[in-house]
Design a protein around this ligand. Structure first.
Ligand SMILES: C[S@@+](CC[C@H](N)C(=O)[O-])C[C@H]1O[C@@H](n2cnc3c(N)ncnc32)[C@H](O)[C@@H]1O
Length: 725
């Protein structure tokens, strides 16, 4: 190479590749199990004495190397949940026992029954004695597998790690609470928070409280929207911010109209962590685990919980949780925030909310070490200067008397061997008074918001339009997609008037909570959000990046026979149902509903003549258009969106929901079930037959071209080829 001439690194890499040749294609190699071992991990946790004795340590190591059993919970606020639970406990568990017996070659009597998690409210969560792989890969489990997939998609069950259900339970959310989930994606805990908010539908048609679910990762925010949307709550707002710098928000007092800084009653800080408590579910962590991760995360974990503490209402509750077992990410963060709060925050014991849960108390002592765990430090003084930027004084345990005052033992450490779960850490904190470092200047915030706002229209009747965060005026976009605006209905809206008339919407329905996402005279989808969420959007849209809110309630559906261009959306029916009059309701009996749901061809809806006389008579009273089908069972009542056609009636629900309802009705769902093993067998047989036919054809062609004697000489061979293919 000529002197001074720079070598192009890409070209060099290409040349090198050509010389060495392409790396072997590993896709054809058999899948190698990950070795569930990591010397530093073992050394570190042995050093910390996370187990009381050798025997427990052996149990811990054995369990953490094992696969995780499947757990799921029935999503709780619907009346149907109990009916579904009953089906699970009878039919599905009978299926489970049969399948597990076949899988393990055991008599059915010896199969361990699924375990109802004692600490989960209302007996709604179960742990199966099978792993995800067992269920996915065995034919005997295909019905159970189908059931889990369909009911998860329809939002009636949630497959979630057992220990991950604990933080929302101890947060103890009530329907009136203002809840913040600071690190919410992908949203399994957010779903629990929403369920708790809607737990008393008889008291609140729409809960006065709300859940603000936030995540810093824009892509993960959309996973969160997808997960939370299954619950169809009008009380959810999804935002995209770094929680450690979450902006203060304004709220309006509905009685006085005065603005104040929003403080939350309940805050969940399920912070990013090294995740070594999920080793059973994610064995690849064995390959990556090292102490540097915990050292790196301690700072951001502290900043998030500190910001959470600032935004917490006095008297409110904050839960700090991680799926890590490391005291640097757990007790060290908790002791630091409690100490810095100078008595404003207090750790509390929440064991009464999880009766029967086995856990260890928070650790009062731990040690730090180098990344390879070859040098151990008991105090910061022992740490060499070269590590001072990595290992910080706040990571060490406080002196014993300070630790006693903090009551760190009130934290909960759940280890895998205690009840065959993953590992988890949970701390419950309450705020006794305002923090010395929190900023509560409402005037200052109002000024900042006003500076960002566009001039307001004078006409109070005009619709209120939000500008998405990262206002278009500035054409600034930090990351992710630019969201469509949130355009609320004004006091006078022609579409609302026609909706009100057609559906006899009750006077308590707040039309100003209806919104669309595009500026057009022909609204396409109309969403609904609660009053509290509307207030938050309008007060803070210039300050906060909103990703999603509102539940789809009306959908444009032009049909020349109907008087109203909007049909009801099943997603929003849970909310709109309570406000719609009798004029658009048809009560149906079981057989009629089964008939309607079994009609899967939208071009051939059931004729009203096929229905019971009473249903036919009721249909005659309704003009063409969207309607509510009501079905009353002994233990539950169902409301389903329907369509009254000129001479037909149909149910307007998605496939997974259809299967769910048919299941609740005790109807046959076999036509919706997919047996992938049967399908694979059928496909293999078809391929075999096709290949045989092709081989036969080829042989015949050859035979036709060959001399007569040759063909006569090998007839069995031709036969043989056909059979072998
Ligand atoms: C342990 S996960 C949360 C799991 C979630 N609570 C659930 O139950 O599904 C941590 C989340 O924190 C988010 N995150 C990381 N740093 C953050 C920050 N500074 N602010 C907000 N979210 C953050 C990550 O994107 C990740 O989704």
């Amino acid at each position: 190479m000529a002197r001074g001439k720079k070598q192009n690194p890409f070209a060099a890499r290409k040349r090198q590749k050509r010389e060495i040749g392409n790396p072997p294609d590993r896709r054809s190699e058999p899948y190698k199990e990950i070795e569930r071992d990591n010397a530093c991990f073992i050394k570190y946790y042995q050093l910390q004495r996370i187990c009381a004795n050798e025997e427990e340590w052996t149990q811990f190591l054995e369990k953490i190397r094992d696969n995780l059993p499947v757990t799921f919970r029935v999503t709780g606020f619907k009346d149907e949940a109990k009916a579904l639970l009953k089906i699970i406990e009878t039919q599905m568990f009978a299926e489970y026992v049969r399948g597990a017996a076949e899988l393990n070659g055991l008599p059915e009597e010896q199969v361990q029954r699924p375990l109802c998690l004692p600490w989960y409210p209302n007996g709604m969560a179960y742990q199966l004695n099978l792993t995800r792989k067992d269920i996915r890969r065995s034919e005997s489990m295909h019905r159970l597998h189908n059931f889990l997939i369909v009911e998860t998609a329809a939002g009636n069950i949630s497959r979630q790690e057992g220990v991950s259900m604990i933080p929302p339970v101890v947060l103890d959310v009530q329907p009136t609470d203002k809840v913040l989930d600071m690190c919410a994606a992908p949203g399994s805990k957010t779903a629990q928070l929403i369920e708790a908010l809607h737990a008393a539908p008889e008291e609140h048609k729409i809960p006065p409280g709300f859940v603000l679910a936030n995540d810093v990762d824009n892509n993960r925010c959309y996973m969160l929207v997808h997960q939370a949307k299954r619950l169809n709550s009008p009380c959810l707002l999804v935002t995209n911010h770094d929680s450690s710098f979450f902006p203060n928000m304004l709220q309006t007092d509905p009685a006085t109209g005065n603005k104040s800084i929003l403080k939350f009653d309940k805050i969940l800080c399920d912070v990013p962590c090294s995740g070594d408590g999920t080793l059973r579910k994610n064995p690849d962590i064995w390959l990556k685990w090292n102490l540097a991760q915990a050292y790196n995360l301690h700072g951001v974990q502290y900043r998030i919980v500190r910001r959470g503490a600032e935004m917490l209402e006095v008297g409110g509750r904050l839960v700090y949780s991680t799926c890590s077992m490391n005291p640097i990410e757990n007790e060290a963060v908790v002791q630091r925030i409690i100490k810095d709060s100078a008595g404003a925050l207090e750790l509390v014991n929440a064991s009464q909310l999880v009766p029967g849960l086995r856990y260890n108390p928070g650790m009062t002592d731990w040690q730090l070490a180098t990344k390879e765990v070859d040098t151990v430090f008991k105090t910061f003084d022992e740490v060499p200067e070269s590590l001072h930027t990595i290992i910080r004084p706040s990571m060490f345990p406080l002196p014993a008397e300070e630790m006693t005052a903090i009551g760190i033992e009130k934290c909960m450490r759940i280890l895998p061997h205690m009840q065959d779960t993953g590992g988890f850490f949970v701390a419950v904190i309450e705020k006794r008074r305002a923090l010395s470092f929190e900023q509560n200047d409402v005037k200052d915030l109002e000024k900042k918001v006003e500076e960002k706002e566009e001039p307001k229209e004078d006409n109070p009747e005009a619709e209120q339009k939000s500008a998405p965060w990262g206002p278009q005026r500035k054409r600034r976009r930090l990351h992710g997609f630019k969201e469509d605006p949130y355009i609320f209905f004004g006091e006078k809206d022609a579409d609302y008037d026609s909706l009100q008339e057609f559906y006899q919407l009750d006077g308590s329905f707040n039309k100003r909570c209806l919104l669309t996402r595009c500026q057009s005279d022909r609204k396409k989808n109309i969403y609904y959000c609660s009053e509290a969420i509307r207030d938050l959007v309008l007060n803070n849209e210039h300050n906060i990046k909103i990703i999603n809110t509102g539940v789809k309630t009306f959908v444009r559906c032009e049909n020349r026979h109907t008087q109203n261009p909007y049909r009801l959306a099943q997603e929003g029916l849970q909310t709109s149902n309570g406000f719609i009059g009798n004029c658009r309701r048809i009560q149906v009996e079981r057989d009629d509903l089964v008939l309607l749901l079994n009609c899967t061809d939208p071009t051939k809806p059931p004729s009203t003549h096929e229905l019971k006389q009473v249903t036919q008579d009721r249909c005659k009273e309704l003009c063409v258009g969207s309607c509510i089908l009501k079905y009353v069972d002994e233990s539950f009542t169902l409301f389903i969106v329907g369509w009254r056609g000129t001479s037909s009636l149909r149910a307007y629900v998605a496939k997974d929901e259809t299967v769910h309802i048919l299941r609740l009705l005790g109807a046959d769902v076999s036509k919706f079930e997919i047996n992938k093993y049967e399908k694979a067998k059928e496909a293999a047989a078809a391929a075999e037959a096709a290949a045989a036919e092709a081989a036969n054809g080829a042989e015949q062609k050859e035979e036709e071209n060959e001399p007569e004697t040759e063909a006569e000489a090998k007839p069995e061979e031709t036969q043989q080829v056909a059979m072998e293919v």
